[in-house]
Design a protein around this ligand. Structure first.
Ligand SMILES: CC(C)[C@H](C(=O)O)[C@@H](O)C(=O)O
Ligand code: SF4
Length: 478
């Protein structure tokens, strides 16, 4: 048999039927549902008189529109949502899941959070499964060896009705990072470096497989950060082969298999790796020692540099079109060509999003903040845990106190300031050190300026009041 990549193996195992036009009907093992991309899909089912085919493989929760301020008052009574559009979205999801019998975490359940944080945390996401969600960052679940795709609302309806999806096969791409990461270099810096190298279009049409010693050494939290941003490189999905780290992470999770079923599952999952000799359509190799703590300077995640360097100069770009694009990005960001990144003053800090709101992210930020305080420049600083479970774990460790002593607000789980869809927005011309994944024009609010970075770097920027090199805040390597 021809050696196959991990992607090819999972794909082949899920093909229901194939057509001459190159598309296949793929079986879907898991479906996550949130309020933004599901309303019309449920409406479609209702009109067609169809049920949800496999409610047991579906899990819904609100995340994008929920306010991150307290949801119940001191007496335990629900606090109504002020924004009418959000209130309608959330009410629609609640009606839909009740009518169709879909398992649901309400905005006040302890398990609620961002779908991409909750899926892995609950053991809903499993190695070798196909997982979809009407959300582009579904790629994150590839961290556990799930073939995970973001889909549109029409496809959400198709999956709800049939538990299948029609898709064309993607090309395969290997991203290999070998060596040892330097002091203060995080998973976020690795994926920003990858996107900086291959560009926001570098992964188009491909499923990325992350391989090599750096990825092998990563925790699941770190792998989730990397896989999450596969989509920012244009890729269809990102995959890590499951290993002992994966099995240890999943064991005992509420929705993961138990007992004999667990043992059987692990035995199966051990085969989920690319065969020796499998050929990728594209292979990229990066030396870990070339990756530094990084920040974006522009308006897409590819526009990234190491913190100890400067924004580009226009004369660095021979191509006129590129030069104009760089000039536009710098202008939007209010950064002078060639300006040193550490000279860029910051006035907002956002620690959260499905990229960086897990317990390890919060620990990394808290480590920088312990015994320190936000700069008086900072107008808003919020920490938004990715889920209720992350929040409670952090509180049990005293991280909330560290954040609040440093001047941060400690919020309820949700997408928050990652995108301007709820009350957490960055004001026009406000500049935010953000642990999220998109720095597009207007992403965090109209005319807001976003610098993407790791949680530790965002904490350091908050303390300094300008973009700052985290290495100065975390001491020497042990
Ligand atoms: C609102 C939602 C559909 C969207 C996505 O698809 O990713 C959002 O999560 C985002 O990050 O921009
Ligand atoms: S946290 Fe941000 S990137 Fe993630 S799902 Fe929510 S809006 Fe999308």
């Amino acid at each position: 048999m021809t050696p196959r990549t991990l992607y090819e193996k999972i794909w082949d195992a899920h093909v229901v039927s194939s057509r001459d036009d190159g598309t296949s009907l793929i079986y879907i093992d898991r479906h996550l549902v949130h309020e933004v991309s599901s309303a019309q899909a449920f409406e479609g089912l209702r009109k067609a008189g169809l049920p949800v085919r496999r409610t047991d493989l579906t899990l819904a929760m609100p995340d994008h529109n929920v306010p991150t301020t307290p949801r119940v008052d001191a007496a335990g009574k629900l606090i109504p949502i002020v924004d009418p559009a959000s209130a309608i979205q959330l009410a629609a999801l609640e009606c839909n899941v009740a009518e169709f019998g879909v398992p649901f975490f309400t905005a006040t359940s302890p398990e609620q959070g961002i779908v991409h944080v909750v899926g892995p945390e609950q053991g809903f996401t499993l190695p070798g499964c196909t997982l979809v969600c009407g959300d582009s960052h579904t790629a994150a679940h590839g961290a556990l060896g799930a073939l995970a795709f973001g889909i549109g609302t029409t496809e959400v309806e198709h999956v709800l009705a049939t538990q299948t999806l029609r898709m064309a096969r993607s090309r395969s791409m290997e991203i290999r990072v070998e060596g040892k990461l330097g002091h203060g270099v995080s998973a976020k810096d690795v994926i920003l470096a990858v996107i900086g190298r291959i560009g926001v279009g570098g992964g188009i049409g491909h499923v990325i497989e992350y391989r090599g010693s750096v990825f092998d050494a990563m925790s699941i939290e770190e792998r989730l950060t990397v896989a999450n941003m596969s989509i920012e490189a244009g890729a269809r999905a990102g995959l890590f082969a499951p290993d002992e780290t994966t099995f240890a992470y999943l064991k005992g999770r509420p929705m993961a298999p138990k007992g004999k079923q667990w043992d059987n599952a692990v035995a199966r999952w051990r085969n989920l790796r690319g065969d020796d000799g499998a050929v990728f359509d594209k292979s990229i190799s990066i030396d870990a020692s070339t990756i530094a703590p990084s920040v974006t300077w522009g308006t897409n995640p590819e526009q990234v540099v190491s913190i100890d360097s400067a924004a580009p100069r226009l004369e660095d770009f021979a191509d006129e079109g590129r030069r104009a694009a760089v000039a536009r990005a710098l202008d939007y960001m209010g950064i002078a060509p060639g300006q040193a990144m550490v000279d860029v003053e910051v006035d907002h800090v956002f620690i959260g999003s499905c990229t960086n709101s897990r317990i390890e992210d919060l620990r990394a930020a808290a480590r920088v903040l312990e015994g320190r305080h936000l700069s008086p420049r900072i107008q808003s600083a919020i920490v938004v845990p990715g889920s209720g479970l992350v929040k409670r774990m952090a509180e049990a460790e005293g991280l909330d106190t560290i954040f609040m002593d440093a001047g941060f607000e400690w919020r309820e789980p949700g997408c928050s300031a990652c995108l301007g869809m709820n009350p957490d927005v960055i004001p026009p011309l406000g500049r935010c050190a953000s642990t999220s994944n998109r720095n597009f024009v207007g992403r965090q609010g109209p005319d807001a300026r976003t610098h993407l970075m790791s949680p530790a770097m965002a904490a350091a920027a908050g303390v300094a009041g300008h973009l700052a090199d985290v290495r100065a805040y975390i001491g020497e390597p042990a």
